[in-house]
Write a protein that binds this ligand. Structure first.
Ligand code: RP5
Length: 164
């Protein structure tokens, strides 16, 4: 299986990134984690992005807050799918990061998840990697089935309690 990369703009983004790490561990997806900033360490961010494909990565998650250019800067230097996580780390509650991440120019896409959406970034990564890994695809199908059963069970509890 190809690896996933998780790049964060600052170690202060780690609590959000940990949600993605938990999902990768759950699905036994190989991954690397790095702190590269589009603004503070642009050369490192560029170098990683340029060589990510040849280094065995299949998807890149980029988590950043404030003027969040990290996902876009990474996407500029690779044709691998890039998933942006806008992080809530400023007085603007993450809306600044959301708009900075999602409003990419045509031809250089960034798939943007919700503000602080670390888990969904990893689930989407898993779906991308599963396109070429049948074992992972089966795990995702089983996960969805279990999630459906869990909600149906909660529904039964609520219905039995309130519907006379
Ligand atoms: C962004 O600025 C980082 O991704 C982080 O969300 C935010 C604040 O960074 P620190 O000042 O906490 O390092 O570049």
């Amino acid at each position: 299986m190809k690896k996933a990369a998780i790049i964060m703009g600052s170690d202060s983004d780690l609590p959000i990134v940990e949600k993605a790490i938990a999902v990768f561990n759950e699905f036994e997806i190989p991954f690397e984690v790095h702190v590269f900033s589009a603004h503070r360490t642009p050369e490192e961010a560029r170098s990683f992005s340029c060589s990510a494909k040849e280094n065995g990565f299949g998807v890149i998650i980029a988590a950043a807050g404030m003027a969040a250019h990290l996902a876009g800067a990474i996407a500029a230097n690779t044709t691998l799918p890039v998933i942006g996580i806008p992080c809530k780390s400023s007085a603007l509650d993450g809306v600044d990061a959301l708009l900075s991440t999602v409003q990419m120019p045509s031809g250089i896409p960034v798939a943007t998840v919700a503000i602080n959406g670390g888990a969904n970034a990893a689930y989407l990564s898993a779906e991308i990697l599963a396109l070429s890994d049948d074992n992972l695809a089966e795990k995702l199908t089983a996960y969805r089935k279990a999630a459906t059963e869990k909600v149906l069970s909660k529904n039964s509890e609520i219905e039995n309690k309130y519907n006379k």
